[in-house]
Design a protein around this ligand. Structure first.
Ligand SMILES: Cc1cc2nc3c(=O)[nH]c(=O)nc-3n(C[C@H](O)[C@H](O)[C@H](O)COP(=O)(O)O)c2cc1C
Length: 393
């Protein structure tokens, strides 16, 4: 909220948002606090208000980054000529402008000002710049201005602003709906198996559901998808380039073949880390009381990609049964991935075989992001949203 006479009307808008189920955080400029008190907005939004004065930076929290990351949309209401000029030029000299500059979410600006300020060439130029940067602007209305005469510059009625906002959000969603168009996405899924003899093998409990959900969502969002999968009981999504493999070595070979041309690479398969050194060519007979199998280490596919990567956005999965975040953070660093999905496979209700999962996204320069228990499809949606917002920065 910025320092215009229409600030009191914006208070009604906050109520409308909340009535419609939104969670609202208010950040206001110093000038805005001359028009309406933080106390009023705190009561309406049911949360403390962010102002330059109340800002406390500690070791843990940098409030403008925290708020920027938390927000799914940002709306400036009322927007002064001053803030429009600042946003247009990337100025970040207070809490509101710093937060806006740090946020990657869709932005909406509702200007309200005197007609002379509005029609000034500088303001018009700045508004055009905002639109060119993909920020939505609602045209102010004609009507009786605070200065006591009719003119253009009034803040539209709350219902008009709300309708405009929801329509634009829908538009954002539909265009975001094909946000992976033109991207090449490589996904590995399922388990790999390592041969012991012609009838026996070693494997793990992965079913491939997470990787297949990722392939389906990427394909629905317009990507050209290559899915390299170990044996599963699942049908591959239509419209993907499907490659079936069995062993880790086969998977590594196929991944290497495709890697260079890819934009996003997601290693969701649970590969066997070891293979039998010398698989028997004939079925092993049960003659002796003990049988020893010598296992040797397989190639670490994720690590080798971390070393190879140039433009590719690389995502790894870490299935852990203990010290989830600690082990996964270590893995993220060692493997040089851009995002690691940490997965607690000791829980019965999620993970292997389940349609649901609860994961944490770890990113090198960001706080861990917990994705609460949800369907694997929804986790896939959130993963691509997260990749999208990281790539936009
Ligand atoms: C009584 C009064 C009313 C004002 N109303 C507006 C307004 O409606 N729109 C606007 O753009 N500026 C208005 N201003 C000017 C802004 O308050 C001023 O440009 C301020 O620096 C804006 O700061 P901010 O953008 O950081 O909130 C008004 C100023 C005063 C003193």
């Amino acid at each position: 909220m910025t320092g215009g006479i229409a600030a009191y009307k914006a208070a009604y808008f906050i109520r409308t948002l909340i009535k419609n189920g939104a969670q609202v955080r208010v950040a206001m400029t110093k000038a805005a606090a001359n028009f309406i008190t933080p106390m009023t907005l705190q009561t309406l939004s049911r949360h403390r208000v962010y102002t330059d004065e109340t800002l406390i930076y500690d070791d843990e929290i940098v409030p403008h980054i925290e708020l920027a990351d938390w927000s799914e949309i940002a709306i400036v209401i009322p927007a002064t000529a001053n803030i429009i000029a600042k946003i247009a030029n990337g100025i970040a000299d207070d809490f509101v402008t710093s937060t806006l500059l740090a946020s990657a979410c869709p932005k909406f600006v509702v200007p309200a000002m005197n007609e002379k300020m509005l029609t000034n060439k500088a303001t018009q130029r700045n508004m055009e710049r905002l639109q060119a940067d993909g920020i939505h602007i609602l045209e102010p209305e004609m009507g009786f201005l605070a200065e006591g005469y009719d003119g253009k510059g009034r803040l539209p009625a709350t219902e008009v602003i709300f309708k405009w906002l929801t329509q634009k959000m829908l538009q954002e969603k539909t265009s975001a709906g094909r946000d992976l168009k033109g991207k090449r996405v490589l996904i590995t899924a399922g388990k790999t198996i390592e041969i012991i003899d012609p009838v026996r093998y070693i494997t793990n409990r992965s079913t491939g559901k997470m990787g297949y959900a990722l392939a389906q969502i990427a394909s629905e969002r317009g990507a050209e998808v290559t899915l390299i999968s170990g044996p599963t009981n699942l049908l591959p999504p239509i419209d993907v380039n499907f490659i079936a493999v069995k062993t880790t070595a086969e998977m590594a070979e196929q991944v290497k073949r495709y890697f260079e041309k890819m934009d996003i690479v997601i290693m969701a398969a649970a590969v066997a880390d070891y293979r039998v050194e010398k698989p028997a060519t004939q079925k092993i007979k049960k003659n002796s009381p003990n049988l020893e199998l010598k296992l040797v280490k397989n190639i670490d596919i994720l690590k080798s990609l971390g070393q190879l990567k140039t433009k590719q956005f690389l995502v790894g999965f870490a299935a852990e049964t203990q010290n989830l975040l600690e082990n996964a953070t270590k893995k993220m660093r060692e493997k040089n991935v851009d995002l690691l999905v940490a997965n607690d496979v000791s829980r019965q209700d999620i993970g292997f075989g389940s349609d649901q999962n609860e994961v944490t996204f770890l990113r090198p320069e960001n706080k861990p992001l917990l994705i609460r228990k949800n369907s694997k499809k929804e986790i896939a949606v959130q993963l691509f949203d997260c990749i999208d917002s990281m790539e936009r920065r």
